[in-house]
Design a protein around this ligand. Structure first.
Ligand code: BG6
Length: 470
């Protein structure tokens, strides 16, 4: 493929603390909502951590970060997306002083990245609400969360202002619509959560995020703050006008978040949405002014697209947090997520048309079962041609979008090193260029092995996308 990626394009990979660090109770770390959900974000919640929870050990990044970052550097990474575990910094969430050992750990991680000229891209809250805040305050339902988050982000920005330039305030903020516990630390069961409480919680997060943007810019104006949304293009099932209208409505339920992040106010269509759902957002003095602290860039995850229909009965397929109507034209991953590379070009174009803000693809990838084999040189590896194909096809569409005129800052593939899945808490569902020897029964040496895709991605980066095949 013709070289289309700009020189300063940020190539890299993405991860989250709770899915890889392990060391769930070391150096003063408190419990997060993840530590009590052994079956993943949607699974049953336990009273305390149980042994079957894969995230308690993760891939032991906490102790192995130096060797892991060295491998990422070997691939030529320009950026590494990680999240900070809120509970390492404020173990309960509502304390006044942070935990120095937690702060020191991320200092060390950032120093290690910077040693290789890798820019850290940091998610402040990636499905890791402190459990205490969930239990005592019911998470983001409670306005007090804004104060706790403010203290947390101020601590981070003060401490890392010279090390971290790119920040994301909340991972996939719109996932709260479907996973209020995992996403918003709301312990009230989803079925019992009123729309009023849900949208009020969303308001609290949006205000907190805007406040974070304001604080960051005051502390160091060169810091760039992005929102992060779960992007999933919705196609009408048929050209029937009713299907098209339904599609618009479903799309807007997600766009509401980025509309507020980017424009700094609630869009006019929110009025009807709220009216029909008996929602009245309680705004405090100053909220509207705060929301006007808009983001510097828009980041998003992209794995799949869905369809929408006006029919009463819908054949829903599996999906990334949001279920959707199956598209008969697309194949799916082993976990039923429908694969749609062109959908990525579509998302990039529609978001850029709507906002004219720089975009950052901070998650994309294929979760698949890998087989570790021994090659002719006696090296353990995985021949993951399926992953190479998936990533190639998506990156080709990123190139097309650049050609379409879309401003794209970078691309971080999800789970660049194998980690624990968010939805199902399995390690069997692997995304990485680096294989981690750990299995769902807890066995494995935790050794790392380079997959075929490791060498492929290294070439992609070295050639600025030159080896991608259309
Ligand atoms: C995104 C999340 O929804 O998808 C990640 O931000 C998650 O945390 C990723 O891991 C892939 O989903 P899963 O369920 O396959 O891990």
């Amino acid at each position: 493929m013709k070289n289309r990626f700009p020189e300063n394009f940020l190539w890299g990979g993405a991860t989250a603390a709770n899915q890889m660090e392990g060391a769930y109770n070391e150096d003063g770390k408190g419990l997060s909502v993840q530590d009590v959900t052994p079956k993943g974000g949607f699974g049953p919640v336990t009273e305390g951590p149980t042994e079957d929870n894969m995230k308690l050990v993760g891939i032991d990044f906490y102790h192995r970060y130096k060797a892991d970052i060295k491998l990422l550097a070997e691939m030529g990474f320009k950026v590494f997306r990680i999240s900070i575990a809120w509970t390492r910094i404020f173990p309960l969430g509502d304390e006044l002083t942070p935990n120095e050992k937690g702060l020191k750990f991320y200092d060390d991680v950032f120093d290690e990245c910077l040693k290789y000229k890798i820019e850290p891209l940091v998610t402040i809250s990636h499905y890791e609400t402190p459990l205490h805040l969930a239990k005592v305050y019911d998470g983001w339902k409670n306005r007090k969360m804004i104060d706790f988050y403010e203290r947390y982000v101020t601590t981070l920005f003060d401490r890392y202002k010279d090390k971290v330039k790119y920040w994301l305030t909340f991972n996939e903020i719109n996932s709260i619509l479907h996973a209020p516990f995992m996403s918003g630390g709301i312990i009230t069961p989803k079925e019992a959560l009123s729309k009023q409480d849900l949208y009020q919680a969303i308001h609290h997060e949006l205000v907190a995020s805007a406040l974070a943007t304001k604080i960051a810019h005051e502390i160091n104006p060169s810091m760039q703050i992005g929102c992060m949304v779960l992007a999933m293009p919705v196609y009408p099932m048929t050209p029937k006008p009713e299907d098209v209208m339904k599609t618009l409505e479903l799309d807007r339920s997600n766009l509401l978040f980025s509309d507020i992040y980017v424009r700094g106010y609630y869009p006019s269509y929110a009025k009807r949405l709220f009216k029909e759902n008996d929602v009245v957002i309680h705004m405090e003095d100053g909220d509207e002014a705060l929301l006007r602290n808009t983001v510097d860039f828009i980041s998003f995850s992209y794995y799949m697209s869905i369809c929408e229909t006006s029919e009463e009965t819908k054949a829903l397929g599996a999906g990334n947090i949001f279920p959707g109507v199956k598209n008969p034209y697309l194949k799916a991953s082993e976990w039923g997520w429908q694969i749609d590379p062109l959908g990525l070009r579509y998302v990039l174009n529609t978001l850029y048309d709507r906002y004219q803000k720089p975009l950052f693809i901070v998650e994309n990838g294929l979760g698949a079962v890998d087989e570790l084999i021994t090659d002719a040189h006696d090296h353990k590896t995985v021949n993951d041609d399926y992953r190479i194909q998936y990533l190639n096809d998506h990156l080709v569409q990123v190139g097309e979008a650049i050609e379409d005129g879309v401003e794209i800052m970078g691309y971080t593939s999800w789970g660049c090193i194998d980690l624990v899945s968010a939805s199902t808490a399995e390690l069997k569902k692997r995304y990485g260029f680096i294989y981690v020897d750990r299995h769902d029964d807890g066995s494995g040496t935790l050794e790392r092995y380079k997959k075929k895709s490791f060498y492929w991605y290294k070439e992609v980066i070295a050639t600025q996308g030159g080896i991608l095949k259309k």
